[in-house]
Design a protein around this ligand. Sequence first.
Ligand code: C2E
Ligand code: MG
Ligand code: MG
Length: 766
Amino acid sequence: MKSRFEELLDVAYENLRLSSLIVIGIATVLLVVFFGHVENSLLFIWYFFVVVVSGFRFVAQAVYKKQKKRFTIKQWKNIFSVALLSIALLFGITPFLFFIQESPAYQMILFVIIAGLTAGGASSFASMRKITQVYLVIIIFPLIIELVMQNTLIYYSLAFLTFIYLVLLIFIVNTSYRNYFELLNSKRMYQKEKEKFLLSQEHFQAVFRQAPLGIFMYDTKFVIQEVNQEFTEFLEAPMDFLIGLNLTMLPDTRILPAISVTEYGIEGFYEGEYNSKYKNKDLWISMHTSPLKDTKGEVIGGIGIVADITQRMRTQMDFEHQAKYDTLTNIPNRTFLLEKMAIEISRYKRHTTLFGLLFLDLDHFKNVNDSLGHAVGDKLLVKTAQRLGKIIREGDTLARLGGDEFIILLADLGTEEHDAARKAEVIAQKIHTTLQTPFVLDKHTLSISSSIGVAIVGEKNEDIDDLLKHADIAMYEAKKMGRNTTKFYKLEMDSWISRRVSIENGLRSAIENGELELYYQPIVEFSTSNIIGAEALLRWNTTKVKDVFPDEFIPIAEESGLIFEIGKWVLENALRQFMQWRDEFKDLDTLEKIAVNISAHQFDNTSCVADIASTIKTSKIPEGCLDLELVESALVANVQSVQTKMQEFRDLGVGISIDDFGTGYSSLSYLKKLPFTKLKIDKSFTMDIQDDVDDKELISAILMIAQTFDFEVVAEGVETYEQYLFLKEKNCKYMQGYLCSKPLSAVEFAKLLRENGGKCTLNSNL
Ligand code: C2E
Ligand code: MG
Ligand code: MG
């Protein structure tokens, strides 16, 4: 950008060419007129200099115009000044050189020339104020001196008038200079404003064209005047359809208020659904409107900016759905349920409207997953959710907490507690009935039942966590009651459940903390009194729970899935211990069996045989030494699969004992099909030997069948001598019980073997 000084210099140089030509013209006139009247040689020399300087000015102007870069602005200014002042000097000395005293006409010519040159210079070069003023002084001052030197009154007056003329010219230069300056300033401002305007115009056009937003402009009658490409694209309507469209005529009027407010000079906003009739598109839009005003501030229409937020809204809705719905079953999840519960609780607090929670857990769902795979398990959950969904009333909420746990929130159960309980009971019963119809999944037909715990909101039960906890407790109680049942929460259930929770939590870290220990109970042969082996029985040495025995903690380990880790630990340790004794008591060739209990869950697991086979291999235990004890309830599944698995164990050289025989429902005819090796009569039968004739007969029958089918029988829980004698007489092969020994720690068991030489002495204390 040019400096202000440069622009002023431009003006001066602009006038230089004409000025040079005029100067040469004047000098030529002077030459012709004065020739012969003054010293001619002087006249020619003067003329020569004038032509040279003018020529120089002429050339300087041409170079300035074309090759300004050759010199700096300061240098150009100097060139200009030197040339101008030279001219001033050349003409300034003319009164001294060519003043002809006797001829006023010649004097007048000089006057006129000087007046012309100074007036012309003052107007042409006023942009170079100081130089021009010096120029004026240099030209005029010698004339004044010359006039004064004439020493007459008339010449004095002329000198004075000339002086006044000089002062006037100096003033004129000053004023012109200021005018120039102002003109230049306003020219600059105008230039700037123009540039600004063009730029904003360009910016607006760029935004209008390229903005990823739909933009439309309308007049005061709400008729669209202009739209951008994006606007046409997102409405999928052509531009010529949109331009000229009256916005007030649109069928979807939801956006109108935001548009019409611009009439009053106010901005508008709309965010929500919009149906574009042109292609019948349902959109989500966000629209801002602003009034358009003219320079006087009058509203001349409006501009609307629209963003298509359909995608964002869909994602947000999906996200909200995901956050509140279970992905597998597409029913509400815990988050949704908790929100609903909060609403119901406040309704209860305000209007005492009762609501209830049914906590539903599918019975033996894990078995489905383990035996048929997770895909089938998932399908079962989906179908269960569908069936449950059909039972609930409008206003109720069915949610899945995870796994096979569902919650049904029964809203609006009235204000009477007994009435609410009755309604809940009815629905629970409906659920049991609905689930009774077998599920057909792929090629499997599955029957499943559920255990339901019910908690109804009440004075001591009006907080989300409590309600959920209580329904959960009641559900466990229902499970304990034998499944396929409904239980209502009662206060007393609390202590049991907290013990259960402590057990489960404690068991989780029992192995790492070294709290598990195996006890061993001798298995004794009646005929020889030899201790032929031991049954490994788990003990949990914990301070967290009081008096906890396997009967209590094993089922919890089973339900929580901890049994797999624990069972593995038991088997490894029992086998290691057995191998250690075999090594220590080499002479005792009667010690040949180690019996380990495995739970139904372990047995059902698909990798059960493989897992146990690998542990056996690592332990290097000889074939035939390990007996696995399985409770009857583990065998109720499909005979075929139980049979196969048992056979696989037999092939590995592992014996199978049916534990607690008599407590389950399996008939001997069922058992007959299975390749087991031993049958263990449950201690409840043994104990009743003295008084119960039926039990005596049952035991006799079992022992007879055993002989026929060639399996061995172990009587458990032998505590008295009478029991011992009876069993011995009936040819029972083995016994276990306090009469011989309680389960002992590994150290005590070794001591017993050592002291009695591997024999059992009957315990006279009992
Ligand atoms: P079980 O396999 O039938 O074990 C025999 C139970 O009877 C043991 O109880 C034992 O201490 C007890 N017992 C033995 N002789 C007598 C007697 O003369 N009188 C009386 N009243 N009881 C006697 P324990 O050790 O409390 O184990 C209970 C049950 O827990 C076991 O019954 C077994 O089913 C299970 N269990 C124990 N350890 C394990 C294990 O490591 N894994 C699995 N899955 N279950 C185990
Ligand atoms: Mg056992
Ligand atoms: Mg038993």
